[in-house]
Structure formats: C-alpha cells, structure tokens
Design a protein. Sequence first.
Length: 310
Amino acid sequence: MTSFEIPDSELASIKDQVVIITGASSGIGLATLRRIIKHGGKVFASDLNPLPEPEKSSVPFLKVDVTSWKDQVELFKAAEKEYGTIDHVFANAGIGPTVTLLEDDVDENGDLLPPKLNTVNVNLLGCMYTVKLAIFHLKKNSHGGSIVMTASASSFARFPATDYTTAKHAVLGLLRSLHGHLYPKLPIRINAIAPSWTETAIVPREVIAALGKGNYQSADVVARSVTLLMADATRHGELVYSDCGKFKDLENGEMGYHAVTRRMLGVGDGGEMSETGVLKKLSKLAAEAGADREKEGVNKGLDSLKGVVE
C-alpha cells in the first residue's frame, strides 16, 4: 500500500471555511484548530475544558459534554449564529480506556454491578450525536460539507483496551454504514482518521517515553490528515492512517480493506459477496414497501437500506 505526504499546498482550500471541533482544547483537536486557522479557516471550538491561550481570547468556544444531546444541539446553534453557516465538522472528543470487563464490582448485596461505560458513551455515543447534528446542519448548505471522525489504529487492531477498542471499531462501522447514504446522494462527505501512537493526553507519558523518539508522532501530524479530508472535495469514505508523517487510506484501493476482504472470501473481479447480493434484494424490497402505505411497518425496518447498494 502506497503512503502519501500532505504538503501545505493541499490544505489551502480550507481558507474561509467554518469548522466545528469537539474535544478542541488539547491534543489532536487543538492541533487541528491551529492548523485550520493557520490556513485561513474559521473554527468554533468545544470541550469540557477551556481553550488555552492565545486561542481562548480569539476562537469562539462553548463548553460541551458530548454525551449530552442538549449540549451538542446548543453547540451547532451557537456556531451557526456566530458564522452564519457550517462547512465541516470534526467529531473528535474522546477519552481513554475505563474498563476491561474483567473487573468484578459488586453492590452491598454482593450482586455484580454493570460496567461503567464512560468511554463508550464519549467515544461512540458522543460521536454519533455529533455526526447526526452535522448531517442535519450540512444539509442546509447547497454545497453540503464534510464530516471527519476520530477513529484510531485500534479501530482495526487487536488492542487490549476493551471499551476504547470497541468504541473505535464502532466509529469505523459508522464510517462504513453512512458512506453509501451520503455523497453523492447528499453533498456531504464523511471520512475518519486512524492515528498511530500520538503524543496526546490520552497516551500516558510513560508510554511516550518508552516508545522513544521517532516511534510516535505529534498531534499536528494527525491534524494535517484531518484538514486534508475537509479541504479535498474528492475524499469520501476514507480511513486515513497516520504514522510519523506518512499517511495511508486503509479503506480503498487495491490494498484497502474492502479489496483485501474480497480476496480473502474468494470473490473475483466482477463478482459480489453474498452479503451484497442480499442487501440489493433488501434494498429493492424497501423501495417496493415504500410505495405501499399498508407496509409501513416493513418500510421503517428497511428504509435505511434503500438505494445504498444500487
């Protein structure tokens, strides 16, 4: 798989574009904020923590808990009020691992307590809230816009952080499931980033030290991939992996996951996976059901499949 680099010249079209960023006060979010502003873009930032200076004094900001639908609704309303429009949304807010499911926490009666799903709630539920609101607001634009989500190398790797890895796998699932519903049916592109080891607050300092120089990347390296996915209107459905200045789209192309999966299943050129054939039949059924009000219950169940695999 061929890697690529991202020169500043490929980011120039972000100029004058309006971007909402969640998790903007540190790490990849803050680096992306700075990268976008450097290239002339406009940012509306959000986080539970305030922005550092000098951004605190110059960038519009709203304190947001991404697990709160109300907070996120207010975020998008505030951004529209500030700038009049929204062009791109970076669903970035996230936290590190919380549980492994191997813990046995019990109540006063000795009954097992449910696991704490803080990480899943922030990294997946919060992301889904952001994406839903992004689609709603971007549909207002004749030119649409784009959504970038923060996935991870753990979206496809056997990474032993149960809740974190589960949530990041699900973010990749969100990318794949929405891909067919958006561009070109709607003028909205969706992509995701999958950073390798990056110097952020989520990665413990001792881990960064143990990795050693040259084996981890700065948050600004990742920010380049985020900005590219917004600035380049040809990019849709990509999962861009970043590792110390080298970037790869892991979803598409001859060595992308979809092509490799076809080869693993023995599906040759021109053939289709059995799942795809079934989806086509379901899509046709959904279209037929939509024309018959008596089948409304069936239509609701199949509506999400209409036209996706045609």
